[in-house]
Each structure stands twice: as structure tokens, then as C-alpha cells.
Design a binder for this molecule. Structure first.
Ligand code: C2E
Ligand code: MG
Ligand code: MG
Length: 681
């Protein structure tokens, strides 16, 4: 039965994924903060020209951010789901730019797509599309390159249609949210509209969505109106509005959305939880630039029912306090749009016509925030300590939340670095050397003309060295093992016509768990058999026990259909795993290959008895038996005494290149006919 993931595990995955993506982007964010800070500092030191350069950096980074977010999210998601980012990233970029341009979601000054939410959407949809309908990077050396090219073009075309659909959907949502905003009278320049605007921002932030992006149009309008009001005020044409972009930036998001500087101070003053203290100290340098991702995702605040309340409430209380102070004339109204990354206190000073009143007001707002956060935080911390204790008792977690959070992230990023190394290694293998098949005979002791072969993949380096298949685990880790299996199937079918196979003899191909349980594998094999003009009766598939522990129903179906076509199916390495016998009942194999480890144990009596017992499997199941790993004459005599006639091992021949296997077969049949003649004489 299909098991749906629990809500808790979806939540954990979401928090983890979003944290990792934002942490990967932190260098960009921090550089932006440094550029801004330097710009302000230089302006203060009356170095206007130099300051402009730093502001230019900041503009550049802000402009590039949504595209970087889209690319990094796509890379992260595709690597996580084992699809090549080389394929998925262009898909995501097409959707991102397509939707942004069509819906006018581009920055007016540089024309770059500027809505990160659409970037995330494009990354998610492109990854889901390529995970659901898998395609592999095109390989011009493949014999079916042209058909793969058509397949991928069709795949891309399908995605373009999906882009059109999401484009329409985005247009409708923008229209609806504009109407919704109008219905709500969502005008941040009025008190009620501003409170609703702030409330929605908080709610969205508490589920990890940047509300400024969601309410993009409202924010754009707010920015324009504020700029116009400031210009008119400077010309003496209009009074200065209290509410404006600078009001929200400088006073309602101190330390980031939800006024998280107050929460951070609350942790530093009142927390006894070492994990939270470490987290707060680590987040402090970022929160000073109003970047609060580490707290949002590390504590976490998002989806945290206790902390969401003050997260939404504190900025709204600040709204009332700041508005009242300004309208009562206690503090100058905001007369400048200070960049949102400007550190608290400095921003208060700059925003209020360089007045200390602005700084004091920020201090008051921060202090009120601490008081509001305190009971909620202490309630959460008490609970979270209990949770942590339970977990420690269960030996599930002994690390601090920061360590475990960063540990998870670094493990995940480490995984990607490792992944990256492996993909580079495999990429090199694919482009530099070549894969080739070696063949090891399976000899019938009763009939020397009855020779079957097992194909074993090898890698030939550029300078002609042959490497054993240690690279198979790299393909497994990359999730590209099906690609290797498909390549092996092609290589073997290409060789097959040259191998001198007597009537009834076959060539075995080792096939991985992923491929055997793939619903498309049957179509693939039959299509390749047809393409190469090879009858299915020449083919045998070897499945390892380990492989068939997986999805039983699909594997059984695949095995039955393949057998129906005439392909034989063998269970490989029988006896090496722990679930050998149940598999014989569940699946109808044609052949059982007894693992070499069983033979190694047969030096003792118990091992010999076991081998003799296993040799009787064929009587019960009707499967043919093959003894693997015959290295000596004694091995051969022993298995023969057990009633097994088909043997494979170094005693007869090691795996050989195709030409050597052909020569070996010729000399084997020559010596067979010579011994037949001797017998006749
Ligand atoms: P396997 O399918 O059980 O293949 C038999 C392995 O035993 C081969 O190692 C073979 O060279 C080795 N062997 C044969 N006779 C003797 C013997 O007398 N003594 C000893 N010590 N070893 C013997 P190889 O080629 O290194 O392959 C190892 C494993 O890698 C295979 O085990 C198979 O599971 C996997 N493999 C090999 N080729 C492919 C392939 O094309 N596709 C996939 N998916 N897996 C492959
Ligand atoms: Mg095998
Ligand atoms: Mg084997």
C-alpha cells in the first residue's frame, strides 16, 4: 500500500530544504550588507563617489539574487532527487524568465526578473517535471543519440506547455491578489490598511514566505507613493506622511521580519538553554543587518505555533507605538527610505532626519518587543527543553539544536560536495575513456559445447588500461545506475551477434535493483532487442538478491513479462544475503547462481553439507543451478559431486574481452571435438 509521508516529515523536509537554500545564498546576502554598510559609512565620511560604487555592488547583488535563488534551488532539488542539474536548470530559467516578463515582474532599472517567489516556483516545477519524467544528459556517443534527442525535445516542449499554464495561473493570482488587496483596502499608507498589510506580512513570514514578494505590487506602490511624497515634501508642496516605506523598514522589521532582534535579545537575557544561546550568538552578526534566516529556520520560528504569535504581534504593536509617537510630535516622522539592511539604531537615526529621537524610539520598540516575546519564548523553551530531554533519553539526539541544524546542513552540503566529486569523476569517465564488456564463460561439465557467458562491465582508460567495475557504486550514488544498465544492455546486444553461441546458450547481463523495479525497463529491453535484431532467447538477466528486496510487485511483473518474451531470469549471488529462500517462493526464476562464499565455506563439513543441501534446490524449484567462483579442480569435483553441472570461475576462464572470448570458445570447441574423436577411436 502506498504510504503517504507524515505532516511532520513534510515539515522537516521543508524546513531543512529552505534553510539549506538560504544558507547557500548567505554569502550573497552578507556581501550585500557589507556593501551597503560601507556605502553608508563612506557617505557619512563625505566620500560620495566611493560610496556610489558600493551602492552599485549592492544594487547588482539585489538584482541577481532572485536568479541565484532560482538556480541554487534547482541545483539543490535536482541533486537531491538524482536528476542532472545540467538538464533542470535551463528548464527552470525558461519558466522563471517567461513568467516574469509576461507578468511584468522585472526590475524597471535592469530588466531582470525580480520576484524570488516565482524563482522558487520555477525551480520546484522544473525539478518535479524532470523527476517525474526522467531524461538523461544527451550523450553524442550513444548509438540512439538521435532518438534520445527527439525524446528530450518532446520533454522540453511538454515543459513549455506547463510554463504557459503557470504563466496564466500567475497572471490570475496577481489579478486576484490585486482585487483582494483592494477589497481589503490594503493600502499601507493608511492606519487600518497598514495594520492589515503588516499582519499579512507576519503571517506569510511565519510559514517561510517572504511577504514582501507576495505583496509585491502593494510594496511597489508603497515605494512609489513614499518617493513621491518625499519629493513633494522637500519642495514644500505636501506635508510629510508618517506612514511610508521608511516607516516599515526602519521601525517594524528591526533585526528582520517579526522584529527578531527583540527575540534574539530575549534569548540572550532569559534563556537557560545552551542550544538557543549558541544559536542566538551565531545569529547576532546577521540580525544586526536585519537578516534573520538563521533564527527563522534554526529555532525555528516558522510553523512554530508558539512563536508565530509574537512574531506577528510585535511589529503590529511597534506600528501603533511608532505611529503614536510620531503623530504626537515626540519623534520626527521618517523622511528617508533607509535601506532595509542598515543596522538598527543607525537606521533610526538616518530615517528621522538624523535625530536621536529615532534611535530612542527604536530602543523603546525593541524593549517592548523583548517583553512581548518573553512569555512566548519561555513557554516554547520549556517545552523544547522537555522535547530535547526526551530525545536525548532515546539516544536520538545529543547535539545542540544549532549543531544539529548546522550539522544537517553541512552533511547535506557535504553530500552535495561529495555528490559533485562523484559526478565529476563519472563525467570524466563518460567523456574520456570508454565502457566495454568482458565475458566469462559458464561451462557445462556434461556438455562441452554448451557454453553460456556472463557479461561483466569494464572501463577502458584513455591509455588502454582496463579497470574493474569499482565505479558501479559511483553510479549508484549518483542515481545514474539505470543509465549504466541501459548502456550495458546496448553494449552486450551489440556484441552478441559476434559471440559464437550454440543452440540454447545465452549471455547474462547483471542488472541493478533500480532497473529491475523500473516500470519502463521491459519496454526498453524489448525495444533494444528489436533494434539490434537479437532474439530474446539469447538473453538472460542476473538479478542480485539485494536488488529484489525492493519493490516486489513491480519486480515480479517485470520478471513475468520478460520471461513471457523469452528472456531468462537468474538470481545472482544466491546464499550471500539473508533472504534467499523467500525469494525463490516469491519469484519464478529460471536459474540460481550459488555464491562463491558458499564454496569458500565448503572446506568444512558443515559448509559441505549446506552446499549439498542447496544443490537440491533445482529438484524443488525446477531452476537450473550454476556454481560461481570455481577456482580449482577440487572445487569443480566437489560441485560436480553435489550434482551441479554448470560452473563459472577462474579455473575455466577469467572474464575476457570479446575477441579473447571468441578465441577461447573456438579453442574450447576444438578441444571438445578432439576429445570426442579420441573417445570414438
Ligand atoms: P557478479 O555478477 O556475481 O559477477 C561475478 C564476479 O565474480 C565478477 O567480478 C567475476 O570477475 C568474479 N569471479 C568470477 N569467477 C571468479 C573466481 O573464480 N574467483 C573469484 N574470486 N572471483 C570470480 P567483477 O567483474 O568484478 O564483478 C563484480 C560484481 O559487479 C558482479 O558480481 C556484479 O554484481 C557487478 N557487475 C559487474 N558487471 C556489471 C554490469 O554490467 N552491470 C551491473 N549492474 N553490475 C555489474
Ligand atoms: Mg552476476
Ligand atoms: Mg555472482
Amino acid at each position: 500500500m502506498l504510504k503517504l509521508p507524515s505532516l511532520r516529515s513534510c515539515y522537516d523536509t521543508y524546513v531543512r530544504d529552505i534553510s539549506i537554500v538560504f544558507l547557500l545564498l548567505l554569502p550573497l546576502t552578507i556581501c550585500n550588507a557589507i556593501s551597503l554598510f560601507s556605502g553608508h559609512f563612506l557617505n557619512f565620511a563625505e566620500q560620495g563617489e566611493l560610496a556610489k560604487r558600493f551602492f552599485y555592488f549592492s544594487d547588482l547583488l539585489i538584482g541577481v539574487y532572485p536568479i541565484a535563488l532560482c538556480i541554487i534551488t534547482t541545483y539543490y532539488l535536482s541533486s537531491k532527487h538524482n536528476v542532472s542539474p545540467l538538464i533542470v536548470i535551463p528548464y527552470a530559467l525558461v519558466m522563471f524568465t517567461g513568467i516574469s516578463i509576461a507578468n511584468d515582474l522585472v526590475a524597471p532599472h535592469n530588466g531582470l526578473p525580480n520576484n524570488p517567489l516565482i524563482g522558487l516556483l520555477a525551480a520546484g516545477v522544473a525539478s518535479a517535471w524532470c523527476v517525474t519524467f526522467k531524461v538523461y544528459p544527451l550523450d553524442p556517443s550513444r548509438i540512439d543519440f538521435v532518438s534520445a534527442l527527439y525524446k528530450q525535445s518532446l520533454h522540453f516542449f511538454g515543459f513549455l506547455l506547463l510554463t504557459v499554464f503557470f504563466n496564466q495561473l500567475t497572471g490570475t493570482i496577481i489579478l486576484e491578489s490585486d482585487l483582494f488587496r483592494q477589497d481589503l483596502a490594503l493600502n499601507p499608507l493608511t492606519i487600518s490598511g497598514g495594520l492589515v498589510y503588516q499582519f499579512i506580512l507576519g503571517l506569510l513570514g511565519s510559514i517561510g514566505i517572504n511577504g514582501h514578494n507576495f505583496l509585491f505590487r502593494a510594496k511597489q506602490q508603497l515605494f512609489e507613493d513614499t518617493k513621491n511624497n518625499l519629493e513633494a515634501w522637500e519642495m514644500g508642496e505636501e506635508p510629510l506622511n508618517i506612514l511610508g516605506q521608511g516607516f516599515y523598514d526602519a521601525f517594524l522589521a528591526i533585526g528582520g521580519s517579526g522584529s527578531t532582534l527583540s527575540l534574539l535579545l530575549c534569548i540572550l537575557f532569559f534563556s537557560k538553554d545552551k542550544r538557543h544561546l549558541t544559536l542566538a550568538l551565531s545569529a547576532l552578526p546577521l540580525v544586526m543587518f536585519n537578516i534573520n534566516e538563521l533564527l527563522l529556520f534554526g529555532l525555528p520560528i516558522i510553523f512554530n505555533p508558539t512563536l508565530i504569535v509574537p512574531f506577528v504581534l510585535v511589529p503590529m504593536i511597534s506600528f501603533v507605538v511608532v505611529y503614536s509617537s510620531m503623530s504626537l510630535g515626540l519623534v520626527n516622522p521618517v523622511s528617508a527610505i533607509v535601506d532595509w539592511m542598515t543596522p538598527p539604531l543607525i537606521s533610526g537615526y538616518l530615517a528621522t532626519q538624523n535625530s536621536i529621537g529615532g534611535v530612542v524610539l527604536q530602543v523603546v520598540v525593541i524593549a517592548i518587543g523583548v517583553l512581548v516575546y518573553r512569555p512566548f519564548y519561555l513557554h516554547y523553551a520549556g517545552k523544547s527543553t522537555v522535547d530535547a530531554k526526551i530525545m536525548i533519553r532515546r539516544h536520538s539526539i545529543e547535539k545542540s539544536s544549532l549543531k544539529s541544524f548546522l550539522g544537517d546542513v553541512s552533511q547535506s552540503m557535504g553530500g552535495h560536495v561529495n555528490h559533485h566529486e562523484i559526478s565529476q569523476r563519472v563525467g570524466k569517465m563518460m567523456t574520456r575513456g570508454s565502457f566495454t564488456m568482458y565475458y566469462q564463460p559458464q561451462v557445462n561439465l556434461k556438455d562441452p559445447n554448451d557454453i553460456a557467458y556472463e557479461s561483466l562491465v569494464r572501463y577502458r582508460t584513455e591509455d588502454g588500461h582496463i579497470l574493474p567495475p569499482l565505479f558501479i557504486k559511483d553510479f549508484h550514488q549518483l542515481g545514474a545506475i539505470k543509465h549504466l544498465d541501459e548502456m550495458v544492455i546496448d553494449l552486450v546486444l551489440r556484441d552478441l551477434k559476434k559471440l559464437p553461441l550454440n543452440q540454447g546458450c545465452r549471455v547474462g547481463i547483471n542488472i541493478s535493483a533500480e532497473s529491475v523495479s523500473d516500470p519502463d525497463i521491459v519496454d526498453y529491453i524489448s525495444e533494444r532487442l528489436y533494434f539490434y535484431g537479437v532474439p530474446p532467447s539469447l538473453l538472460e538477466l542476473e538479478i542480485t538478491e539485494e536488488a529484489i528486496l525492493e519493490d516486489h510487485v513491480q519486480i515480479r511483473q517485470n520478471i513475468e513479462i520478460l520471461q513471457g518474451l523469452g528472456v531468462k531470469v537468474a538470481i545472482d549471488d544466491f546464499g550471500a544475503g539473508y533472504a534467499s529462500f523467500p525469494h525463490l517462493l516469491k519469484f519464478n526464476f529460471d536459474k540460481v547462481k550459488l555464491d562463491r562464499s558458499l564454496l569458500l565455506n565448503a572446506t568444512e563439513e558443515r559448509g559441505q553439507n549446506l552446499y549439498q543441501l542447496l544443490a537440491k534446490i533445482s529438484e524443488v524449484t525446477g531452476c537450473a543451478l550454476v556454481a560461481e567462483g570455481i577456482e580449482t579442480e577440487q572445487d569443480m569435483e566437489f560441485v560436480e559431486s553435489c550434482g551441479i553441472n554448470i560452473c563459472q570461475g577462474f579455473y575455466f576462464a577469467k572474464p575476457m574481452a570479446l575477441d579473447d572470448a571468441i578465441d577461447w570458445a573456438a579453442s574450447a570447441s576444438a578441444s571438445a571435438s578432439a576429445s570426442k574423436q579420441t573417445l570414438n577411436v
